[in-house]
Write a protein that binds this ligand. Structure first.
Ligand code: 9D3
Length: 242
């Protein structure tokens, strides 16, 4: 898979993937990441990528022309047409389902906004989807683009090794994970639950499932209400209600 990024801060994105799982995927040739400097597509003495908003108001708006020029250059730099995604607070929420969809495209082009926003004609002319990573204010689309690259990169076959498909399956049941413990069995006076040291695999499975169900109900009512629960799940919750 190939991912292109168009940004006024290209080093921010490049530097993020020098290490870690996705960095290794790039080194190993499973993922090609190319980050383009938007300023290289801006004209004039100052190579301006932003300008004052029509209608007045605070802040600056990203000019459409450099973005369109950049998108055209990136398109022509490879054979397949990329799925073009604009990172913006006005986008649909990026979730694991979107990560799965993006990972099935052979090419992805991520366009990072900065300042108050991006001229609306960019969306109209050269964007397939607009996405946000959540309801908090960031300074631009670069960190959201990194989140998308990390989430999508992990889904490329071979990037995670054999565990990959299993790890994905466990997310698709839509529950939060159970608590994890490792050595020592007692730390700062807190013991790991005895069941995890018992060697009783069935008891461990039931304990983990119940913990996952309870935590999801407690912390993420939105996920809990959408989860498809089995008879066993309902029974595990029954015994935990009191
Ligand atoms: C006061 C109105 N703000 C819009 C909600 C202005 C504004 C805030 C942040 C305009 C641009 C930005 C920069 N953020 C992004 O470009 C961005 C973002 C984000 O801030 N949060 C979550 N996802 C994303 S994707 C791109």
């Amino acid at each position: 898979m190939r991912i292109d990024v168009l940004s006024v801060l290209p080093r921010m994105v490049e530097d993020a993937f020098r290490e870690g799982v996705v960095g290794r995927a790039i080194e190993g040739g499973l993922l090609e990441l190319k980050v383009w400097n938007l300023r290289d597509f801006a004209e004039g003495k100052y190579q301006q990528t932003d300008d004052a908003p029509f209608g007045g108001g605070a802040g600056m708006v990203m000019k459409p022309e450099p973005i369109l020029k950049g998108v055209r250059a990136i398109r022509e730099d490879a054979d397949a047409e990329p799925l073009k995604v604009l990172l913006t607070p006005q986008g649909r929420l990026f979730d694991q389902a979107a990560a799965g969809r993006f990972s099935r495209a052979s090419r992805l082009l991520l366009i990072c906004g900065r300042y108050e926003g991006v001229d609306e004609r960019v969306s109209e002319l050269c964007v397939d989807e607009e996405v946000s990573i959540g309801d908090y204010v960031l300074s631009g689309g670069e960190i959201p683009a990194m989140a998308v690259i990390d989430a999508v990169g992990r889904l490329i076959p071979g990037v995670l090794g054999n565990d990959a498909s299993a790890a994905q399956d466990s997310f698709t049941d839509g529950l939060l994970d159970h608590p994890h413990y490792t050595r020592p069995a007692e730390f700062e006076g807190i013991r790991a639950p005895d069941v995890l040291l018992s060697g009783d695999h069935e008891a461990v499975r039931l304990w983990r499932r119940r913990q996952a169900l309870e935590r999801t109900r407690e912390r993420r009512k939105d996920l809990f209400d959408r989860a498809e629960l089995s008879e066993e799940d309902l029974r595990l919750l029954e015994s935990s209600r009191d």
